[in-house]
Design a protein around this ligand. Structure first.
Ligand code: MN
Length: 131
């Protein structure tokens, strides 16, 4: 079991209500969180600080979650680093799910989500990468 207090989560979400919901769930477990509201700010945040996992909304202004993920994965080819990225999206079709994986996301949570599933998916990927 990984101690959430040692984990920094970058949350990319442009909807205020979802920001509040997601941050409350993460803070309740003790995770450290940073919230940004577009894909460009995800890239900027990664330049400034080390995060362990990203929860990425797909539909965001300026740069969407697909584009941000593509750019992060492209950079990792040269940096040799890897950050798990979980899509958290209202897109719920199988084709949307496929697209997330093709682009390089590690997993997919569709909104609205079940609280326990939300925690489980995050814990699973933290264990894979840092356990
Ligand atoms: Mn959105």
């Amino acid at each position: 079991m990984i101690n959430p207090k040692t984990i920094k989560v970058l949350v990319a979400e442009d909807n205020y209500i979802n920001q509040k919901l997601i941050s409350k769930l993460l803070l309740n477990k003790g995770y450290n969180i940073t919230i940004v509201d577009d894909g460009q700010k995800v890239l900027d945040a990664l330049e400034k600080e080390k995060y362990h996992i990203i929860l990425m909304d797909i539909q965001m202004p300026i740069m969407d979650g697909y584009q941000a993920t593509k750019l992060i994965r492209a950079k990792e080819i040269t940096s040799g680093k890897y950050i798990p990225i979980i899509a958290v999206t209202a897109f719920a079709m199988e084709s949307d799910r496929q697209k997330c994986f093709e682009i390089g996301m590690d997993d997919y949570i569709s909104k609205p989500f079940n609280k326990d599933d939300f925690y489980k998916i995050i814990e699973k990927h933290l264990l894979i990468h840092y356990g």
